[in-house]
Write a protein that binds this ligand. Structure first.
Ligand code: SF4
Length: 372
């Protein structure tokens, strides 16, 4: 296979890893650029929009993760890119100003450190042979040694390792070969330590991803772990990827449940992102995210509205007097609008929400919870 043929296969296989590509619109993380399936749209940290080259280095996996189409028992076309091949293709895109950065992951070829060596070699070639100073996101391979992980940190702008499930009992259902404590939690803790305040890798961002619906886990378990990842391990982003039918083995819970109601899986993913936003941007605490009796988020309403319904004593909120945190508890008001409100309030009293650009259904929603 030539490089482009391999890239077609490997970039297709990298699509389920969302732990980097937060697009500007809903589902952008599943879209691809026109120029090749390996080009993904992303939102830049400073705002605006660009494109990442995103691929696996290899799909020749020795592992048996039951949710993954690349597990060793499946009959897929296997191939591996050489570090130089990836570096050359990537630099060509950089020269043509077509990409903002690289996201590189891989299946496990042989053993975790052998795979990490190849991933790190790509970043090494880019940094030292091509003097590339831009964005590189490297995936940490589950089970990688501390030394290999530190090597990635010395080369990358962002690193990620997918946590996949909340807890080892859920994980056991999905993988017989990977050990949750040693292969996932140990590296996650090391990643947190390496980026701690005052550490030499403080600048490197850490992200992770849950696979939603594959193992019978509940939303409350996922939110619990998500909270820990932000507050205790200082991770910058947690992503959620809905399990999709046909990817995994017929024996796992997700495969059976997807058939019963496929749309539920994507709505679950959407509600988890909303809960994640409330934690990261709205100052919500763990106990503010409310679940149904089964421990799941309600699918028919967003978690902020659910909180509002359960706290009638908190409303109405005064548009002209309430502080930022209080305004952010109003369904329909987000950090951007609240920022505008606080600025406007310095100059005049707010008498009309339409003046702030709030209209339609959103206006009707906000009006239920505020006074002027
Ligand atoms: S380690 Fe597991 S999740 Fe990763 S590519 Fe291999 S089988 Fe898939």
């Amino acid at each position: 296979m030539d490089t482009i043929e391999k890239l077609k296969i490997l970039s297709e296989d990298s699509q389920y890893d969302l732990a980097c590509a937060c697009g500007t619109r809903k589902d952008d993380s599943r879209r691809r650029g026109l120029d090749g399936k390996w080009l993904y749209p992303v939102t830049l940290p400073q705002g605006g929009y660009s494109v990442l080259l995103k691929t696996l280095l290899s799909n020749a996996c020795k592992n048996d993760c039951k949710y993954c189409p690349l597990r060793s028992e499946t009959n897929v076309r296997r191939c591996t890119l050489h570090p130089e091949e990836i570096a050359n293709v990537f630099m060509e895109y950089v020269r043509r100003k077509k990409v903002f950065g690289l996201f590189l992951s891989s299946a496990v070829i042989g053993n975790p450190d052998h795979t990490m060596d190849k991933i790190n070699a790509v970043a090494h070639i880019l940094r030292y042979n091509h003097n590339y100073c831009g964005y590189i996101h490297l995936k940490i391979i589950p089970g990688a040694s501390d030394a290999a992980i530190e090597d990635s940190f010395s080369l990358a702008s962002t690193v990620s390792l997918n946590i996949e499930t909340p807890g080892k009992n859920r994980f056991k259902v999905l993988s017989g070969k990977k050990d949750y404590e040693n292969d996932i939690i140990r590296p996650l803790k090391l990643m947190s330590k390496l980026t701690g305040a005052g550490n030499r890798f403080e600048r490197v961002k850490c992200t992770t991803q849950f696979i939603v619906g594959a193992s019978d886990e509940t939303d409350s378990e996922i939110v619990d772990y998500t909270f820990g990842l932000y507050k205790r391990l200082n991770f910058k982003r947690v992503y959620f990827s809905a399990y999709q039918k046909g990817l995994g083995s017929p024996e796992i819970p997700g495969e059976r449940q997807f058939l019963a109601s496929p749309e539920k899986f994507f709505m679950r993913e959407h509600r988890l992102y909303q809960a994640d936003f409330l934690i990261r941007r709205y100052g919500f605490h763990k106990q503010d995210i409310l679940f149904n009796e089964q421990g799941n988020l309600k699918l028919d309403k967003d978690p902020k509205e659910i909180w509002a319904e359960n706290h009638p004593e908190f409303y109405p909120v005064s548009i002209n007097r309430a502080d930022r945190e209080t305004l952010l508890r109003v369904p329909g008001l987000g950090p951007h609008t609240v920022g505008i409100m606080l600025k406007v309030r310095h100059e005049r009293k707010i008498t009309c929400l339409e003046d702030l650009g709030i209209r339609g259904k959103r206006l009707a929603k906000v009006k239920n919870y505020v006074v002027f």
